[in-house]
Design a protein. Structure first.
Length: 563
């Protein structure tokens, strides 16, 4: 397909200009949303916290108490540079830059494959998809994985065209950089390594199809990826004996007593496979059989919501499902074999990635985000097919254009509504205008921030804080601290639930560990104690009365002095 083939859209300058204006507006809006101090969960847990600790220490070092310090850190190293320069807002723009870079990849690919109008539409559609907007204004690393995954597959397409091995090696290198950004890149590598020989064989004429070159290509691709990811794999192998620690630790360290660890790259336990997803959602949310069967469809529609695991913790756009289906229906009759092969490969990647991600046992939109660029490309093919088919059934060109514009208008309205909602939620203008100071803004967004600031300002240098049910969020806490939560067999919560424990023994335990302050989210602690037994609740009440002095409190967060 070329721009000359387009019947009424390819050379429509007004549509291109309108798309460019929408793209500029989306970029400005996202840039404004990012112009606030970070308060996103994973940024405070490790994407900022670990680089901050490295800077304080003066080098990269092992932090066994923080399991997420073993995750690959390609983007986190860039964030460390921003922190060294004195800005924790700059990492948001670094992360956002990978969304822009991905949009650029889509632009050039679509311009070459279809027309410049579709290139502009694809870029604006991608950058305004709700989950991309959400990630663009947070200190996460998912957009880095998105960029490297997109580059890897598009470079494989380029390799099929040119037959130049440097394109294959560069594709593998991008795949390895994805692994070095987030462990989910291992899934991308697995799928693409499997696809390389298939793509090679399918791209050859019948009498030239041989298994030898196809296998060689897959091996070279995989080796290039492992080379690019090797710094982090070697680091973990040296520190733990497991290059992808904490994943599959039971396999690499068979002497370990724990079973195979299937923690996600965000530090949340996963497992149970597809059956686990269905069973969990049925028990927790009461979903019926049809709701469970339609899960793959529901994630694209309005039911999905940010920050709520029940509703997939993120939002997509229904046209990312509707338009690709139309594209694939038309690709069956596609005359251009290269384009047909690419569309099938894009769809196969999305399907395989979804099935593997779904099988991990946790269904969150953010874990599926590497699919989004490829769904956008397929969506543009779907729009192109609407353009090609409409004149055959509608004689008047103005009506045909209106029919073509309808899905574009609806999908951009959907994305625009989400973007507007983010302005209400993040309220960047209150900070940019100076109406709220940095501390006032963060106190409004983070209920624990006020208590942490009290600790930073009033506790002595000798303070050592035990944080309980704080979600591992320690970036804004300047005093030395450690974390405890349910599941830690050697922590305070386990001690509270141990039969025969007394308040005096816990007080002595705190002294031996050097903890002279406790920072606690009380509602989660009380819920946990209630779920155990009455003795644990009574023991906590006695401990509060005899050994803890409350110093500062805000909502459910309280700072205690232990004595």
């Amino acid at each position: 397909m070329t721009s000359q083939q387009a019947s009424f859209v390819g050379d429509h300058k007004s549509i291109r200009w309108l798309s460019a204006v929408c793209l500029a507006l989306a970029v400005v809006c996202v840039a404004l949303l990012a112009c606030t101090p970070p308060f996103d969960r994973d940024g405070l847990i490790h994407h900022l916290q670990i680089p901050k600790l490295y800077l304080q220490h003066g080098s990269i070092y092992e932090i066994p108490d923080l399991v997420f310090s073993y995750y690959p850190m390609n983007l986190d190293m860039l964030y460390m540079g921003a922190l060294w320069l004195g800005s924790d807002i700059l990492p948001k723009y670094i992360h956002m830059a990978f969304a822009f870079a991905t949009a650029l990849l889509l632009f050039f690919h679509l311009k070459k494959r279809i027309a410049s109008t579709y290139a502009w539409l694809g870029a604006v559609f991608f950058l305004s998809v709700p989950v991309i907007v959400k990630l663009s204004v947070t200190v996460y690393v998912d957009l880095g994985l998105v960029f490297f995954s997109t580059a890897a597959l598009l470079l494989l397409f380029r390799w099929l065209e040119t037959k130049r091995w440097q394109h294959l090696l560069l594709a593998g290198f991008c795949g390895g950089l994805g692994i070095g950004t987030k462990y989910n890149g291992l899934l991308v590598l697995f799928i693409l390594t499997f696809m390389v020989p298939v793509l090679w064989i399918r791209s050859q004429v019948l009498h030239q199809r041989a298994a030898g070159p196809a296998v060689k290509a897959a091996v070279l691709f995989c080796l290039a990826a492992l080379l690019a990811a090797s710094p982090w794999l070697i680091r973990n192998a040296v520190w733990t004996g497991n290059p992808i620690y904490p994943l599959y630790n039971g396999f690499f360290n068979r002497a370990a007593a724990s079973a195979e660890d299937t923690a996600t790259s965000d530090g949340e336990a996963q497992g149970g496979g597809v059956r686990g997803v269905f069973a969990t959602r049925h028990v927790l949310y009461g979903e019926n059989i049809w709701q469970l069967i339609l899960l793959p469809v529901r994630i694209f529609f309005h039911e999905a919501q940010d920050d709520d695991p029940r509703y997939f913790d993120g939002r997509l756009n229904p046209f990312l499902l509707i338009l690709p289906i139309l594209a694939l229906l038309r690709s069956i009759r596609q005359a251009n074999k290269q384009t047909q092969l690419e569309q099938i490969a894009l769809a196969a990647f999305c399907l395989l990635y979804f099935l593997f991600a779904f099988n991990t046992g946790v269904l969150r939109i953010r874990y599926l985000v590497p699919m989004v660029p490829f769904l956008v490309i397929l969506s543009m093919y779907g729009l192109y097919h609407i353009e090609m088919l409409t004149p055959k059934h509608v004689a008047k060109q103005s009506i045909a254009l209106a029919i073509w514009l309808l899905p574009i208008t609806l999908m951009l309205i959907w994305n625009g509504h989400y973007l507007y909602g983010q302005f209400k939620k993040i309220s960047p203008l209150s900070y940019i205008s100076g109406r709220l100071s940095r501390d006032e803004y963060l106190a409004k967004q983070l209920p624990e921030y006020q208590v942490m600031q009290y600790a930073n300002k009033h506790l002595p240098a000798s303070a050592k804080i035990l944080c309980i049910f704080m979600g591992w969020r320690g970036y804004y806490l300047e005093k030395p601290h450690s974390f405890d939560s349910h599941g830690n067999p050697n922590g305070l919560i386990a001690l509270l639930n141990k039969p025969g424990t007394t308040a005096e023994q816990i007080g002595q335990w705190l002294k031996e560990k050097g903890f002279n302050y406790l920072l606690i989210r009380r509602d989660l602690l009380y819920n946990q104690l209630r779920s155990e037994d009455i003795n644990a609740q009574q023991l906590w009440v006695e401990l509060e009365q005899k050994h803890l002095l409350p110093l500062s409190s805000n909502q459910e967060y309280t700072l205690y002095q232990a004595f």
